[in-house]
Design a protein around this ligand. Structure first.
Ligand SMILES: Cc1cc2nc3c(=O)[nH]c(=O)nc-3n(C[C@H](O)[C@H](O)[C@H](O)COP(=O)(O)O)c2cc1C
Length: 139
């Protein structure tokens, strides 16, 4: 067959919000998601972001150079810190291909549970379940 499989990179990380406790979080999330969706669509990057209990967890997928460029910017972003990479891989297929950046608030899995072996797999499973529930709720 003609079409070569797309080369993909996946990066999964967790981080802590740098927004002071008591300050509103929603304007920050809104601004992150607006920029993420605009830039990722242009760059062919897809993924999902969780915010829960003052932690972020994110999956980024796409062409390796695009994912690296996006992740470089994310690591320099002062709105979060303690960025800890859980997985860097070359998956066969995208897990969040329909989403320039899906968003899940109040994850059913505590962010601490994502650290340690298997954390990235647990996060991906949780995100996919949460997104399926959202789709079901939306009819
Ligand atoms: C937790 C978190 C997740 C982010 N995710 C993305 C993302 O997926 N894509 C992206 O382009 N920017 C993302 N950003 C924002 C970048 O750090 C940066 O502000 C943005 O890419 C700048 O884009 P702009 O120059 O178009 O405003 C994220 C930031 C944070 C704190």
């Amino acid at each position: 067959m003609s079409a070569e499989r797309e080369r993909l990179r996946r990066v999964v990380y967790v981080s802590h919000t740098a927004v002071e406790p008591g300050q509103p979080m929603w304007p920050v999330l809104d601004s992150i998601l607006t920029a993420a969706r605009r830039n990722n669509r242009r760059a062919g990057v897809t993924g999902a972001l969780v915010y829960s209990a003052r932690r972020f967890a994110q999956v980024l997928e796409g062409p390796p150079e695009s994912v690296e460029a996006v992740f470089e910017r994310i690591q320099c972003d002062l709105r979060h810190d303690h960025v800890t990479v859980l997985e860097v891989s070359e998956p066969e297929a995208r897990a969040f291909g329909d989403w320039s950046m899906a968003f899940v608030a109040d994850a059913p899995v505590p962010a601490e549970a994502l650290e340690g072996p298997g954390g990235a797999a647990r996060l991906m499973a949780m995100l996919q379940a949460a997104i399926r529930n959202t789709e079901a709720a939306a009819g």
